[in-house]
Ligand binder design. Structure first.
Ligand code: PRP
Length: 206
C-alpha cells in the first residue's frame, strides 16, 4: 500500500484529477466526508487530506510515502524529504505587494512586512541586507496594508484578483511556485517498486 498526504483546499481537486489520469481510482478524495483516512477500493492506496503546511510533516516522518504540496509551503517549512516532480499546476508567484505609491517604501529602514511566509521573507530580506519587521498573519494578508498594520505584504499571487479588489499591486515578483510531488526518503528505497512507476506515470501527465 502507498500512502499519500494531499494538501486540501485549492490543490485537492487537481491532485485528484492527476491521480485519476495516472490510473489510480482516487475519486474517494472528492467524496463529501469527514473521514480523515481515505482508501481506494482495492486497498492499494491510502490518502490523508491535511492542511498544506502539514503535508511535509507527514512525509518527513514517513507516515505518508508521498505528498503533493505547493513549493511555497516547502520553502517555508524546509522539511527533510525528496522533491521529486514539479507538477506544474497551481502555478503562482510569491510577491511583495502593496499600494503603488508605497513603492519607494521598499527602501525604508524598518519596513513592516505582513506575511504567512515568515521564514522565506526573513531569508529574502536578510540576503538583501534589509532590516525589516515581520508581522506574521495566518490569512487575509491583503488586509494588513489596507488597515495600516503593515507597509507591504509578502504573499502568493495567483490571479491577482485579491490584490486588485483591495487596491493593491504587485511591487516585485520574487519566486515562481507550483504543486510538487514529494517523497519520504526511506519509502523511496523500501517501496521503490511501487513508487517509481507511479512517479513515471505522473511525469508523463505533466
Ligand atoms: C491566497 C493568498 C491571497 C490569494 C491570492 O489566500 O494569501 O490572499 O490567495 O490569490 P489570487 O491572486 O488568485 O487572488 P487564500 O485564498 O489561500 O486564503 P487566505 O487569505 O485565508 O490565506
Amino acid at each position: 500500500m502507498i500512502t499519500m498526504a494531499l494538501a486540501k483546499g485549492r490543490l485537492a481537486e487537481e491532485s485528484c484529477n492527476l491521480l485519476l489520469k495516472c490510473g489510480i481510482p482516487a475519486q474517494v478524495i472528492k467524496s463529501d466526508t469527514r473521514k480523515l483516512v481515505l482508501s481506494t477500493e482495492d486497498g492499494a492506496f491510502r490518502f490523508f487530506l491535511v492542511k498544506p503546511t502539514d503535508v511535509p510533516t507527514y512525509v518527513e516522518y514517513g507516515i505518508a510515502d508521498l505528498g503533493i504540496v505547493g513549493k511555497d509551503t516547502l520553502m517555508e517549512r524546509g522539511a527533510d524529504l525528496y522533491e521529486m516532480l514539479d507538477l506544474g499546476y497551481e502555478a503562482c508567484k510569491l510577491c511583495i505587494a502593496g499600494y503603488p505609491e508605497r513603492k519607494d517604501s521598499l527602501t525604508n529602514a524598518h519596513l513592516r512586512v505582513a506575511t504567512k511566509y515568515e521564514n522565506i521573507a526573513k531569508r529574502l530580506y536578510a540576503a538583501r541586507g534589509e532590516d525589516i519587521e515581520i508581522i506574521h498573519l495566518h490569512g487575509s494578508i491583503e488586509l494588513a496594508p489596507v488597515t495600516g498594520l503593515s507597509d507591504v505584504i509578502f504573499d502568493v499571487v495567483q490571479t491577482g484578483s485579491t490584490l486588485r479588489a483591495n487596491g493593491l499591486v504587485v511591487l516585485e515578483e520574487v519566486y515562481d511556485v507550483s504543486a510538487r510531488l514529494v517523497a519520504n526518503k526511506v519509502s523511496l528505497k523500501t517501496k521503490a517498486a511501487e513508487i517509481m512507476p507511479l512517479i513515471e506515470a505522473m511525469r508523463r501527465q505533466i
